[in-house]
Every structure is written in structure tokens, then in C-alpha cells.
Design a protein around this ligand. Structure first.
Ligand SMILES: Cc1cc2nc3c(=O)[nH]c(=O)nc-3n(C[C@H](O)[C@H](O)[C@H](O)COP(=O)(O)O)c2cc1C
Length: 185
């Protein structure tokens, strides 16, 4: 049996990034829980062919490979810094390139970071509808962390860690159930 893959996508435009660190941690936690490998990518990883791309065929091979991993992942962990109350424009641009059916039924953990707490509902009002469009299986627990929840670029808040654990448990149950159905078939 091939090892399962957890892919993290972070919409940060600059590095170092709290969002990428956050997504990396959650994706790693999911991977160790379900016995998978994890890979995390941000906008910079997509390289120079990505911003002007109008369709997937415009991407260079390295960017195309990232999109293939995203589409083929067993679990996605997606997140973005909050920019003007929403995800970053280039985060949306990545998903604009995908076929509408390409994420159907995909288990997804939603996460976001922001400067303060006023925009914490970005996960419900911006991210969840986007992945609803794709008919993806978003986990009920979405996670938001603000600047004060980080120390030295890493998540430090026990309350947010607990929420992340809840989302990881939800997605692990979904993957476990899918595995049982696969084995029984
Ligand atoms: C252009 C821009 C717009 C932003 N807009 C918001 C916002 O509307 N609400 C908010 O809470 N934080 C906002 N922020 C702060 C970032 O979301 C926050 O610092 C984020 O955690 C940065 O993540 P990163 O370290 O991954 O880049 C904005 C930052 C920038 C640069």
C-alpha cells in the first residue's frame, strides 16, 4: 500500500511566515497521526510562472508538480494570512487555476492567521465557502491564530493547540473510516 500524503498550502507572500509555520505544524501532526508523509508549500514555492498563469498548462514543471501533489493528497491543510479581511489574492489565484471537480470529497483542515482577533471568522466566511464551491470535505473545526498566539514564529497558545488537535482528530477519523471501507471492499 502506498503511503498516504498530507499536503499543506499556505497563502503567505513573505518569509519567515507564521502561517506557513502553523500549517507545517498541523500537517505534520496529521501525518504522524495517520502514518502519512507531509509536504508544505507556500506561494514562493510556486515560483515565477505562477502569478501570470491563466491556466494550469502555463505553469512550469516544478509548480505543476506542486499542484499535482495538492490534487492527489489524501488530506489537505490550507491556510492564509488575513489580508484585508480575507485570504491573500495569490492564495485564491492558485485555486482559481483548478478544475472545479478536482477537490471533490477531499478532507481539508482550514486555518488562518491574522494580526488581531477581529477577523477570526475568515475561516468560516471566506475559506469555508471557497472549499464549499469545490465540494470538499472541510473539517468542522477551523483554526485561527493571531499575532499574540505566536512566540518566535511558532504557535505558543495552548488554546489554539487544543483547537488544532481537535481538527487533527476529526480528519484522522475520516481517513480511518475511508481506510476501513477500502479494506472491506
Ligand atoms: C497587506 C496586509 C493586510 C492585512 N490585513 C489584515 C486584516 O485585514 N486583518 C488582520 O487581522 N490582519 C491583517 N494583516 C496582518 C496579517 O494577517 C498577520 O500579520 C499574519 O499573521 C501574517 O502572516 P505571515 O507571517 O504568514 O505573513 C494584514 C497584513 C498585510 C501585510
Amino acid at each position: 500500500m502506498t503511503k498516504k500524503l498530507v499536503v499543506g498550502i499556505s497563502g503567505n507572500l513573505t518569509r519567515p511566515s507564521k502561517t506557513k509555520a502553523f500549517i507545517t505544524q498541523i500537517a505534520g501532526d496529521v501525518a504522524s497521526r495517520i502514518g502519512a508523509t507531509s509536504a508544505v508549500f507556500d506561494i514562493e514555492d510556486l515560483g515565477a510562472s505562477f502569478p501570470p498563469a491563466r491556466r494550469l498548462a502555463d505553469l512550469d514543471p516544478a509548480a505543476h508538480d506542486i499542484v499535482e501533489q495538492l490534487i492527489g493528497a489524501d488530506v489537505l491543510v490550507v491556510g492564509s494570512p488575513t489580508f484585508k479581511g480575507s485570504y491573500t489574492g495569490l492564495f485564491k489565484h492558485l485555486f482559481d487555476l483548478l478544475d472545479p471537480a478536482s477537490l471533490r470529497g477531499k478532507p481539508i483542515i482550514l486555518a488562518a492567521t491574522g494580526g488581531g482577533e477581529r477577523h477570526s471568522l475568515i475561516v468560516e466566511h471566506q475559506l469555508r465557502p471557497l472549499f464549499g464551491f469545490f465540494e470538499a470535505l472541510t473539517m468542522p473545526t477551523a483554526i485561527y491564530a493571531s499575532d499574540k498566539d505566536f512566540a518566535d514564529g511558532a504557535l505558543a497558545s495552548e488554546a489554539i493547540h487544543a483547537r488544532a488537535r481537535q481538527a487533527v482528530a476529526e480528519v484522522s477519523r475520516i481517513v480511518g473510516e475511508a481506510r476501513r471501507i477500502e479494506l472491506a471492499a
